[in-house]
Design a protein around this ligand. Sequence first.
Ligand code: PAZ
Length: 375
Amino acid sequence: MPPNSPYTEILLNYLSSSFGMDAVDDANQLQETPKNEVMSFFESTPLLEDAAEIEKSLKEFVDRNTSSSGNLNGKTNRVVCITSGGTTVPLEKQCVRYIDNFSSGHRGATSTEYIPNTIYFLKAGYSVVFLYRRGSCQPFCSTLPDDPLLECFSVADDSSIEVDLLSNSRFSNLMSIFLLHYFLVDALHAETVKRAITESLTAVAEGILLKLPFTTIFEYLQILQLISVSLRDFGPSAIFFLAAAVSDFYVPWKNMALHKIQSASGPLDIRLAQVPKMLSVLRNEWAPMAFHISFKLETDTDILLAKANMALEKYKMHMVIANELSTRKEEVIVVTEQEKVTVRRDSTRAGAEVESPLVELVVDRHSTYIKKFDA
Ligand code: PAZ
C-alpha cells in the first residue's frame, strides 16, 4: 500500500477522533477504492505544486505574528483567515472550460482593510491571511484586478507613481505597458492606485497581511487545510471568516477528461459529484479551537434563515452570516445560537459598506469567545 499523503494523515486523525479506530481501519482498507467522500476528494485531488512555498510563507507569517513584538497594534495577537471569491470547477485536466460562480470577492477584500473611521479586520488589530480567487477584488482597492498589477508599482518620495515592469514578467509586454499607462494617466484612478499600492504593500511588508491565491476548488480546499493547520497555535484567537463562494459540485479528477472535450460527439452530459462538506472537518479537526464563521447565500428569502440555522447546527459554526443575492451589499443577518441580528449598511454615509458594522459585530463576539478561554 502506498504511504499516506499529508491529507490522508489528517483525515485518518479526523476519522479516528470522530468515529473511532474502526473507521480508520475501514478508511485504510478503502485507500485504493475510497468510499468516504472526504477521503475520496483529497485522494483524487492533484497535489498543489507550490505547497512548500505556501507552507514557508505561512510559517513566516505565524512566526512574525506570534512573537511578542509581532503585533504592531499592541493588542493580543489575533488572526483571521478570510476566504474570498468563487472557486472554479475544471471540466478538463488540461483545462479549457470550467464552471464558475458570481462571487466578485468584494466582501472578503473589503472586510480585510485598514481604513479610518471604519472597523475592518486590519483596522481592528487582526493580522489577516487572505485566501482569494485570482483576479478577484483585492484589499485596499476593489477597482483594480489583481496583485501582480500592484507589484509593478511603487510610490516615490515626491508621491509620484513609478512603474517597475521588470518586477513582474506577466506585465513585460506592450499591451501591459498600455494598460498600466491607462491606469496612471487616468486622474480618477490615480489616487486609488496610490492608496492601493502604499497600503497594500505596507501591510504585506509588515507581515500583517498574507495573500494566497487559488483558482480551482482543488486548490482552495488544500490551501485552506494548510492555513488552518498553520494557525492552530493561535487557538481561540483565530477566526475563520469564510466568505468565498465554494462550489457544491465538481468533476472528480479521476473522472475528468484529459483533453478538451470535443463537440463532434454531440450534446454534453456531465455528472457532477458533490463536494464533501469540509466545514465539519475544518471545525472539528483542522482548527478545533478557532472561532468559525461561515456564510450562507440564497436567492429564495423563504429558505435563507432555515438554511443558515441548519449550517449553524450541522457544522457547529459559531456564527452563520445569511445573505440574499440581490440585497447582499445592503444587509446581512448574523445568526448565532443566542441571537439573530440584522446588520445594515449606513445608507446616510457615502461609500459606507455593510462590511464595516458586520466586522465590528464579529470582533465584539470574538472578544467574548476569547474571554471564555481566559477564565
Ligand atoms: O464575493 P461577493 O462580495 O460578490 O459576494 C459575497 C458572497 C455572497 C459570496 C458571500 O457573502 C457569501 O455568502 N458566501 C458564501 C456563499 C455560499 O456558498 O453560500
